[in-house]
Design a protein around this ligand. Structure first.
Ligand SMILES: Nc1ncnc2c1ncn2[C@@H]1O[C@H](COP(=O)(O)OP(=O)(O)O)[C@@H](O)[C@H]1O
Ligand SMILES: [Mg+2]
Length: 196
């Protein structure tokens, strides 16, 4: 087990995550990240898939929201880079066109804003996973499971990523009592029915 504190100023991530404590902002952020990844892939050639799959499971005391794509995926070092605050990994920070992210203040804040969760990503046959959660004292922590490992057939089927594809699935456990769950459910239903 390698649980570490997020390599960012804890007060700053706290402020940022509160700003992201809304279903709309979190979903827009995750869909935008997936869409950005597809658009980078498009420049390289035809896509295996262009799907962004949103799932929503209602639970007694909250919900599980997932957003999955079959785009670039992230390597173990890349997934680590996402954890550092607004680092050089951010497309916008590098001044590249096409990225619409918010200076690297997106993915982790979307998760922390709604509760806690984990990111699983497959790239070049390797599976990386990072869990984001908070300590009892409120500290922002992550667990990286020490290293990546070869992705097995059951990982691809569990994640909903086609064999031989790369991709990312973000899981958010929505436990923030300020989040309006019934509204959240109807919003996700509307999005999944009409757009994706
Ligand atoms: N679904 C995804 N597929 C591939 N890479 C991703 C995905 N989501 C995030 N990333 C990578 O993580 C980086 C950080 O994401 P994020 O924290 O949302 O900041 P930003 O979108 O501003 O770059 C992105 O720039 C991208 O390189
Ligand atoms: Mg982003």
């Amino acid at each position: 087990m390698a649980v570490s504190a997020l390599p960012v100023d804890q007060r700053v991530i706290d402020i940022d995550s509160r700003r992201f404590a809304s279903i709309e902002k979190a979903l827009v952020e995750l869909i935008t990240n997936s869409d950005d990844s597809y658009s980078r892939l498009e420049h390289a050639g035809p896509l295996i898939s262009d799907k962004i799959i949103i799932s929503y499971e209602r639970h007694q005391n909250g919900a599980l929201l997932t957003v999955c794509d079959h785009a670039e995926g992230m390597s173990f070092p890349q997934i680590h880079a996402v954890l550092s605050y607004g680092g050089a990994h951010s497309q916008m920070a590098r001044g590249e066109a096409g990225g619409r992210g918010f200076f690297g203040r997106g993915l982790k804040q979307a998760i922390y804003g709604l509760g806690y969760g984990w990111i699983e990503s497959v790239q070049a046959g390797m599976l990386s996973r990072v869990d984001l959660f908070r300590a009892e004292d409120g500290q922002y922590l992550f667990e990286d499971w020490d290293q990546d490992r070869p992705a097995e057939a059951q990982d691809y089927s569990r994640l909903g990523i086609p064999l031989d594809s790369n991709g990312t699935r973000v899981h958010i456990v929505v436990d923030n009592p300020q989040t309006n769950i019934p509204y959240f459910a109807s919003l996700v239903t509307a999005i999944t029915n009409n757009i994706y």
